[in-house]
Ligand binder design. Structure first.
Ligand SMILES: [Zn+2]
Length: 372
């Protein structure tokens, strides 16, 4: 067979097989792509039954009798029960590692187990799916109320944060970028009076972490956005890249715990959660999901503009993320212990580019939530 024929054969085989590959159901992939909220219960990730029906394209072909759920998907019947680990696919039984749950009338499906069980199932509705699916149970407020953003430049006053090899201080970088971000947002939002932007500090002053959290609560912020510049514990000059954090858990406390003593790597909270009430209700887990979505938008925008390594979005219980009840992220824009990065951060154009990327990520989120 000559080369042209070979290519033609490969092309036609690809055309025949691509649809089958595309339609193989991958729940994890669908969740990511459609930005479906997930709920974390005892370290297991769940989605609502409604979301599962959307993914399967089975919104009109399911039923519920007390705690039993029946889903008709193409020629197949899927049956399961609240608080049970059994799932019947047609007549065949499969077992989940954790049971299906019901919380406040909402049936929740364990993601990992269902992904595995349904991985062999094809989904015909894939091609006609709606372009983006937005859960309505969301933190964003109705349009006639203001949407409040609190930008938090990390450190300040006696707390320098990280210090670079040539002496540049993290607190100054954070504040400058925060101010530029606010200006850019104001410009982009023009006359939109529905969005209000505040900062935890506008000058070089010390504010404790509990005070920052309290401020977010007092002004009833919808988004808490913390800006930091990283440093490795050992001041490694080759440490490089940017990352955005969100907390995997939110805690509600009547009295906020005092700040942990200053660490090089910011404010990670360690240890005792026994005194605190870990919230598992849907509202709070949805603030976790929202934080993750916002973090993804911001990280993507930084990746578009920065040439340094993309270290991704990560979960971590930083104080200001854990104790703020609203969606909250903390972005580390680069490593100050890296002399090259330090030199770049001295350049106002670089700081402006970073500030604009952060603002664009936030604007993406506001658009996604129909705030603007
Ligand atoms: Zn910091």
């Amino acid at each position: 067979m000559n080369i042209k024929k070979k290519i033609r054969l490969i092309v036609s085989l690809t055309i025949i097989f691509i649809p089958f590959f595309c339609f193989a159901l991958n729940i994890r992939e669908e969740i990511k792509e459609r930005k479906i909220p997930t709920y974390l219960i005892e370290n297991n990730s769940y989605i609502s039954l409604k979301s599962l029906l959307k993914i399967l394209g089975a919104e009109d072909s399911w039923g519920r009798v007390e705690d039993r759920v029946f889903i008709k998907h193409q020629d197949m019947e899927i049956k399961f029960k609240v608080n049970s680990t059994q799932v019947f696919i047609d007549k065949k039984v499969e077992y989940l590692a954790v049971p299906v749950k019901e919380v406040e009338g909402e049936i929740l499906i364990p993601v990992d187990d269902f992904s595995n069980i349904l991985s062999g199932v094809s989904v015909a509705s894939r091609i006609s799916k709606e372009p983006s699916f937005k859960e309505e149970k969301i933190v964003a407020k109705s349009k006639n109320k203001s949407f409040i953003i609190l930008i938090d430049p990390g450190h300040g006053g006696s707390d320098n944060g990280a210090t670079g090899y040539y002496g540049l201080k993290e607190k100054d970088v954070n504040l400058d970028i925060a101010k530029r971000m606010k200006e850019y947002l104001k410009k982009e939002l023009k006359g939109n009076t529905g969005v209000k932007i505040y900062m935890t500090r506008e000058e070089d002053v010390y504010i404790s972490l509990p005070e920052r959290v309290q401020m977010a609560k007092d002004i009833n912020a919808d988004v808490f956005f913390s800006i930091h510049t990283n440093s490795s514990l050992t001041m490694r000059p080759d440490a490089d890249g940017f990352e955005t954090y969100y907390s995997g858990i939110k805690e509600e406390l009547v009295f906020l715990p005092s700040s942990p003593p200053g660490e090089v790597l910011d404010e990670e909270v360690k240890g005792d959660t026994s005194l605190s009430r870990i919230l598992e209700d849907l509202n709070t887990t949805s603030a976790v999901d929202e934080s993750r979505i916002l973090a993804d938008f911001v990280q993507e925008r930084l990746a578009e503009r920065l040439l340094t390594p993309d270290r991704g979005t990560k979960r971590r219980g930083f104080y200001v993320l854990r104790y703020t009840p609203m969606p909250a992220i903390l972005t580390e824009i680069g490593f100050l212990c890296n002399p090259n990065v330090e030199l770049n951060l001295r350049d106002a154009e670089v700081r402006q580019a970073i500030a604009e990327s952060l603002a664009k990520g936030l604007l993406d989120y506001l658009k996604f939530r129909d705030v603007i």
